[in-house]
Design a protein around this ligand. Structure first.
Ligand code: UD2
Ligand code: MN
Length: 590
């Protein structure tokens, strides 16, 4: 009887879903506005799509009162094997109210055991791999946090302990960066005292930010290797050995796990795509890009070997403790959050080390859409980030710093108010390579201007228009039709392109002028802006005598939109017409 009722109930819910929403997954909409949609799906799981989540905490519940609640009450089975959490209807209201505190679903997290099981997400070759533990040094794990939730912090700690050979963990050092949450005080000290791995809490009285907090933690560490983790991670089976094995073999390698995704709403664990590496855009914001062709080739031989990455995400990595200090640890004049990952990546690469991702080590992390904490100094999140990045550019990018400051006038305002001489000394002491070397050798696929490539605007003679890329949406790569519009002032970045000696026309975020259908089959093909792939269909040749931009594969010419394709530029049989005449207009960038 129950079974029949359940089936009828599901049918009824589906019927209701069809009436209320075209999305077949939606059973009940909780709320919807132009920024977000919140609904219950067929599996009874609460889903939020869009950007703004939850309500502001209600006024009668002061922040302090909310922060004092520790509602960790695991429900047996909930979230096990990395499955999404089902929040019962009577808790939805509370769930929304608590969302803003951490910018993730605290109610869901509190229902999952701190010892929850996770799938073994490693590829078969990794699962079979034997690492020689006798060569490895034990590690100190350092976790810094500010106002972290009890359940996520403890799950980070337990997952690391549960899934590491005991002898490879020297200790765990928690650095509390002036959390306002009193329940994390004495209860946390008492809790960690009974763990099987020595764990202690270092407390910072006044908010100092993650960079100086990590330095503080590192100072306390006694292991030969230090491993940094964010305070809302989950380590999976076999995560530790590959990191330690690589460092044993190559002490100047800084090794990151693959960072899997813990959904900020359902807490479901999702394995992420391994063939990604890290880079950064013209704003020096970290970005994931598809692995370069060279690395893919190199990985054909052994896809369980660590691979090089131009930059690291920042939160999760292992480093030999001596090398951490030799190579300049962190820039302690960086505040609160942001930029330190780019600084470390450039510094490590330029000064004799390497930054790598080990595909056999998987650690989950809760990626949030908004930052939950305050940025107390230097004008909020923007000010702090620009300040930190101005330091990165000034110290590590030489003449590319000029380019960075032209693209980021806000950061330029910070550059004269911050002293970098002690970081310059690190660069000198280590006899480091320069940024040009980094681009040429570590990241040849980059899309920054360079001496051997064109940088500027692509102007059409007929309309006096310039080629423009679509705007980026969110943090994804911008993609869409390539168009032209009135030429803007020099530093309007959607109109700025580089053209490499190989003929790739690229721009910020690693997107390229592309002819997706190859251009050969039809008389006329659309030209789009698409992720750079190094494929020949993205190659162009600028004929300076005729001013034509020839698409190499099809030998057709770039032309303005036509009646058949009014929305985008096209490639057509080459002709003398002014609509095919393009001037490469240099923009000085240093
Ligand atoms: C990413 C990194 C993060 C850091 C950051 C840039 C990953 C998964 N995460 O952002 O580690 O490199 O980029 O700076 O790669 N915290 C403090 N004090 C503060 C602010 C933050 O202790 O004033 C802690 C925070 O509780 C967390 C850690 O620092 O444990 C990282 O902060 P986040 O989670 O907000 O950074 P995330 O993941 O957005
Ligand atoms: Mn984080």
């Amino acid at each position: 009887v129950l079974g029949v009722a359940a089936v009828l109930y599901v049918r009824y819910m589906q019927q209701e879903a069809e009436l209320t929403d075209p999305d077949p997954d939606v059973v009940r909409i909780i709320r919807q506005n132009k920024n977000q949609k919140e609904y219950i799906n067929r599996k009874g799981i609460h889903v939020v799509v869009g950007h703004y989540k939850g309500d502001p905490p209600p006024e009668n519940l002061t922040q302090a009162a909310i922060l004092n609640t520790n509602d960790y009450r695991p429900v047996p089975g909930e979230g096990e094997k990395g499955m999404p959490v089902v929040v019962p209807a009577h808790l939805l209201d509370k769930m929304r109210k608590l969302y803003r505190i951490n910018e993730f679903n605290l109610v869901a997290s509190d229902r999952i055991s701190v010892n929850r099981s996770l799938p073994d997400v490693r590829r078969a070759g990794c699962q079979d791999k034997k690492y020689d533990q006798s060569k490895m040094s034990a590690a100190s794990i350092i976790i810094v946090f500010h106002n972290e939730a009890w359940s996520t912090l403890l799950r980070t700690i337990h997952s690391a302990i549960n899934r590491s050979p005991r002898e490879l963990l020297k200790e765990i050092i928690l650095v509390d960066d002036a959390s306002e949450r009193s329940f994390l005080g004495r209860p946390l000290d008492e809790y960690v005292a009974q763990l099987s791995v020595p764990t202690r809490v270092v407390r910072i009285e006044e908010r100092t930010g993650l960079i100086r907090s990590r330095l503080m933690g590192a100072q306390e560490a006694t292991g030969d290797v230090i491993i940094f983790l964010d305070a809302h991670c989950e380590c999976t089976e076999g995560w530790l050995e590959p990191l330690l094995a690589r460092i044993a073999e190559s002490p100047t390698s800084v090794v990151c796990p693959v960072i899997d995704i813990i959904n900020d709403d359902s807490f479901a664990y999702t394995r992420s795509f391994e063939l990604h590496w890290g880079g950064f855009n013209w704003q020096l914001h970290f970005r994931w890009f598809t692995l370069g062709e060279r690395e893919i080739q190199a990985r054909r031989k052994d896809n369980t070997a660590p691979f090089r990455t131009p930059a690291m995400a920042g939160g999760l990595f292992a480093i030999n403790r001596d090398f951490f200090y030799q190579s300049g640890s962190y820039d302690r004049d960086m505040d609160i959050w942001g930029g330190e990952n780019i600084e470390m990546s450039l510094r490590v690469w330029m000064c004799g080390g390497s930054v790598e991702i080990h595909p056999c080590s998987h650690v989950g992390h809760i990626f949030r859409k908004n930052s939950p904490y305050t940025f107390p100094r230097k004008g909020g999140v923007g000010g702090v980030l620009h300040h930190n990045l101005a330091r990165v550019a000034t110290v590590w990018m030489e003449k590319w710093a000029d380019f960075f400051f032209k693209v980021n006038p806000e950061a330029a305002k910070m550059k004269d108010t911050t002293q970098v001489s002690h970081r310059m000394m690190v660069k000198k002491r280590m006899n480091c390579n320069n940024f040009k070397w980094f681009l040429d050798n570590i990241w040849p696929e980059h899309f920054f201007p360079d001496d051997d490539r064109f940088f500027g605007k692509i102007r059409n003679d007929k309309l006096e228009h310039c080629v423009q890329r679509p705007y980026a949406t969110g943090t994804g790569q911008p993609s869409g039709p390539a168009t032209t519009t009135d030429c803007a002032s020099n530093w309007y970045t959607p109109q700025l392109f580089v053209m490499t000696v190989d003929g790739f026309i690229m721009t910020d975020e690693s997107v390229c002028l592309d002819v997706p259908d190859g251009g050969r089959e039809t008389a006329e093909s659309r030209v789009r802006i698409h992720g750079c792939s190094q494929l020949s269909r993205q190659k162009w040749f600028h004929d300076s005598s005729t001013s034509q931009l020839v698409h190499v594969d099809s030998q057709k010419c770039l032309d303005l939109p036509t009646a058949a394709n009014p929305e985008s530029l096209v490639v057509l049989a080459c002709s003398d017409g002014p609509s095919q005449k393009w001037t490469l207009e240099e923009v000085p960038w240093t």
